[in-house]
Design a protein around this ligand. Structure first.
Ligand code: DC
Length: 245
């Protein structure tokens, strides 16, 4: 007897949301995950936590080997938001809530460089794949659809022009009491884009089978609705909807 053709992906209940910094990925993903009853996992938090731990340990952002050791030793957890202070989720490093510490300008200044090292990416890959394997999950990052979960059931690439993205990031920074100027945030956004899309390993790219959504002229609600209807239209081989799980 022949086995039935297997058209389902192993990761049908993984939604991959990739795109450049401040394209609205995390906000859209938070709302989407809540509506679909899925976990939210923002992989940028992993790279940010390694950058924070490196700053504290005095490890240089150039030292891929030492950074990979930090990545291997750190226990990072992402949970639902425990406080109503604007956070979309909690990030814990061991016993410490580092949700805001990983958003500091110091971490922002080195995190792209930290994430460039192949050793760091290799150390964080199994962690991300374990999360994907436990699905249902909305995973946010730069290389989820291309490298981490290439067979994700739905792949979305959120994009917006750099001025719009810098404007959003600037407003977020001001709301948290930061004093960076728009120009500084714009320069940091452009620098981040160059590093993220120019690195050799797992550069920021739209997967060939990802659906691109330009978020510049849309509300979050409208983007969420679009992605939610794409997700709810997904079917298993037997015809059952993929969502809700
Ligand atoms: O999304 P974010 O700004 O929190 O990401 C922080 C950095 O981590 C960003 O410069 C790119 C990097 N990153 C990555 O290289 N791959 C991912 N899957 C997620 C983030």
């Amino acid at each position: 007897m022949k086995a039935a053709p297997q058209s389902a992906t192993c990761h049908q209940r993984v939604i991959a949301i990739d795109g450049p910094a401040a394209a609205g990925k995390s906000t859209v993903a938070r709302e989407l995950a809540d509506r679909l009853g899925a976990l939210l996992f923002d992989t940028g938090a992993l790279y940010r936590t390694v950058a924070l731990a490196a700053l504290r340990a005095g490890v240089s952002a150039d030292d891929g080997k030492a950074l990979a050791e930090i990545a291997g030793e750190s226990t990072v957890a992402i949970h639902g938001a425990s406080q109503r202070d604007g956070r979309l989720y909690d990030i814990w490093l061991g016993e410490e809530d580092v949700t805001w510490a990983v958003r500091s300008p110091e971490v922002g200044a080195i995190v792209s460089q930290v994430s460039e090292h192949p050793e760091v990416r290799a150390a964080l890959l199994p962690v991300q794949r374990r999360i994907a394997g436990n699905g249902p999950v909305v995973m946010v990052g730069r290389d989820i659809g291309t490298v981490v979960v290439p067979d994700a059931g739905l792949k979305i690439y959120l994009d917006a022009n750099s001025r719009e993205r810098a404007h959003r990031r600037h407003l977020e920074t001001l709301a948290r009491g930061g004093d960076e100027t728009f120009q500084e945030v714009l320069m940091q956004t452009l620098r981040r884009d160059t590093v993220d899309s120019g690195r050799d390993v797992a550069p920021l790219r739209q997967a060939s089978d990802a659906i691109r959504i330009d978020t510049a002229d849309q509300t979050i609600e409208s983007v969420v609705k679009t992605v939610e209807s794409l997700a709810r239209a997904q079917r298993m081989p037997c015809g059952k909807p993929v969502w809700p799980p």
